[in-house]
Design a protein around this ligand. Structure first.
Ligand code: NAP
Length: 249
């Protein structure tokens, strides 16, 4: 029986992923800070899939690092053993370097990098101690491929997470634990709906459906969607710095 924990399930990709995995028969452990939204989501899941669906919800701020370990252990017990953990929770909203918004940038790193690292570490500890060949999925971003202007803290949080997940994949392989890194492009959620330019944007329904398929296929690394971001991302990473610094955007 599969049981999946999704952090940041109160909105956007995490919320839609809950529907995708409920439809696939997984038990769900859903976390976020806005508990009222998780309660509403649980009601919607019950009305769509029936009361026999196992859904556990927990209030969790992923910058409260110690708490992540106890909440994940608690969910592992309540769900009768987890098989998958998606470190999805994250925030956007970087500012230009030198604009006096360092404390916000710090929050971005504390959430997207340290919070996700603690989630991955807590999941690995559970899988190792219960000898489960589990699956950990980290949601990075194509923003982690390069340093985009006006987005330094977000880009660096995701670049850091990508490298952390790459190391984790090697550390955990010998225990049969799979670590997947997903780099979404633009998925239409609250996080980016205010942006004037979102190339190749897809609906959150489409994004979550493709993400669930990639997870079930057990891919190690992928963009989301695969096309066109797989090609665009490959090119982005290879633009020489001398050209990157002169691009007008
Ligand atoms: N949408 C995109 O185009 C895109 C592209 C690349 C990467 N991503 C990544 O995908 C993930 C999901 O983003 P989204 O687009 O679905 O955005 P979203 O709709 O804003 O959802 C973000 C989720 O993260 C949770 N969250 C934020 N800070 C948290 C904290 N300190 N503790 C616990 N939960 C927290 C939020 O829940 P609460 O506020 O209730 O806590 C919310 O459920 C993020 O990691 C994001 O960086 C998204």
């Amino acid at each position: 029986m599969n049981a999946i924990i999704v952090t940041g399930a109160s909105s956007g990709i995490g919320r839609h992923l809950a529907f995708e995995f409920a439809a696939r028969g997984y038990s769900l452990g859903l976390t976020a800070r806005r508990f009222d939204l998780l309660q509403k989501l649980r009601e919607e899941l019950y009305s769509k899939f029936g009361m026999s669906l196992k859904v556990e919800i927990r209030s969790l701020d992923i910058t409260d690092y110690k708490n992540i370990f106890s909440v994940l252990k608690d969910l592992n017990n309540s769900l009768g053993g987890i098989t998958h953990v998606v470190a999805n929770a994250g925030v956007a909203g970087s500012s230009r370097v030198g604009s006096g918004k360092f404390l916000h940038d710090k929050q971005v790193i504390e959430t997207n990098l340290l919070g996700a690292m603690a989630t991955v570490d807590a999941a690995a500890e559970i899988f190792k101690s219960s000898k489960i060949e589990g699956h950990i999925i980290g949601i990075s971003s194509i923003a982690g491929f390069r340093g985009f202007p006006g987005d330094a803290s977000y880009c660096s949080s995701k670049a850091g997470l990508t490298i952390y997940l790459e190391s984790a994949r090697r550390d955990l392989k010998k225990f049969g634990i799979l670590v997947t890194t997903i780099h979404p492009g633009f998925i239409d959620t609250d996080m980016n709906s205010h942006l004037p330019y979102r190339p190749f944007v897809v609906t959150v329904e489409k994004g979550a459906a493709e993400l669930a398929k990639l997870i079930e296929k057990k891919v190690e690394v992928s963009t989301l969607p695969r096309f066109p971001w797989g090609i665009v991302g490959w090119l982005l990473k290879r633009i020489p710095d001398i050209i990157w610094q002169r691009l007008k955007f």
